[in-house]
Structure formats: structure tokens, C-alpha cells
Design a protein around this ligand. Structure first.
Ligand SMILES: [Zn+2]
Length: 155
């Protein structure tokens, strides 16, 4: 599944007069696609603090690099993490080989094991959740070797 990178939050500026109708439509589509992310950024301001950094400072500049189907999973994970690690910040959230990958900053070395066991649990859940719609699915590999988790409807 090909994903376009939305430079999100800081990039969406409504200088409408600059847009041709086609470009405006594309912009609105991107905006719509990233709305679930903004909701999470607002709900967990500390965890998503790095979304306000520049592209050379944090990968979170690009927002959450997964499909919207995993939004509930990421919401649940953020809820759990924000309670157990109040200072933690996401450094990157992406999909790799059909699995959710999460990197976190600002957690002390002695808390890493506890943190990793929580993240692992959500990584396992992601491997059986359709990245597009959030329904139950299995990891599959397409003809060109791309591994993804999508249900039959979203393939
Ligand atoms: Zn699906």
C-alpha cells in the first residue's frame, strides 16, 4: 500500500487564492486524511510534543506514518503510555513490514523494559488489524513483496 507523506499541521495553510480547484481538492483530501491525527495530537500533547519540531529535528514532523485503520490502536496505546510514562514523547510512529513501529524519547533506562512490553503488545495487535479500516485482518505479501495488513475489502 502506497502512502503519501503529509507534512501535516504546519503545512496546511489556507491561502486559497493560490490553489487551482484540482490542488484545492487534493489539499482537502489530505486534510481529511489527517484529521484523526490532529485529534490525537490534541488529546495527548506531551506524547505528540515533537510534532511541532522541524523535519531535521524529529520524525514526528511527518505526523503518524500509518493508515487511519490503526488510529484506535494508537489512541489506546497513547492512553496507556501517557498514564505510565508522563514525560514520554513519541520520536516516530510508522508502519514497517505490516507492523506498527514506535520509537519513544524521554524514558529512563530502567523503565525501558516496561515500556517495550507495552509497545510490543500493540505491535502484535497491529499485525492483525487492517491498516485502512481497522477491522480484523491478516498480514499478506503482494506480488512485489510488499507486506501489509489489509482486510479483503481494503485490498
Ligand atoms: Zn479493511
Amino acid at each position: 500500500m502506497k502512502k503519501y507523506k503529509v507534512p501535516l499541521h504546519k503545512k496546511i495553510k489556507y491561502t486559497l487564492h493560490k490553489y487551482t480547484p484540482r490542488r484545492l481538492l487534493l489539499r482537502l483530501k489530505q486534510w481529511n486524511a489527517s484529521r484523526w491525527q490532529y485529534r490525537l495530537f490534541k488529546k495527548y500533547p506531551t506524547l505528540f510534543k515533537q510534532t511541532s519540531l522541524g523535519k531535521h529535528e524529529s520524525c514526528m514532523y511527518w505526523g503518524i506514518e500509518t493508515g487511519a485503520g490503526w488510529s484506535k490502536l494508537i489512541d489506546d496505546m497513547s492512553n496507556e503510555l501517557s498514564h505510565k510514562f508522563p514525560h514520554a514523547e513519541y520520536a516516530q510512529i510508522k508502519e514497517k513490514f505490516g507492523i506498527l513501529r514506535v520509537y519513544i524519547d524521554n524514558v529512563s533506562a530502567d523503565q525501558r523494559d516496561k515500556l517495550n512490553s507495552i509497545i510490543e503488545r500493540y505491535e502484535v495487535l497491529s499485525s492483525e488489524t487492517c491498516e485502512v479500516c481497522g477491522l480484523k485482518a491478516t498480514r499478506t505479501q503482494n506480488d512485489i513483496g510488499w507486506i501489509s495488513v489489509t482486510c479483503n475489502k481494503c485490498k
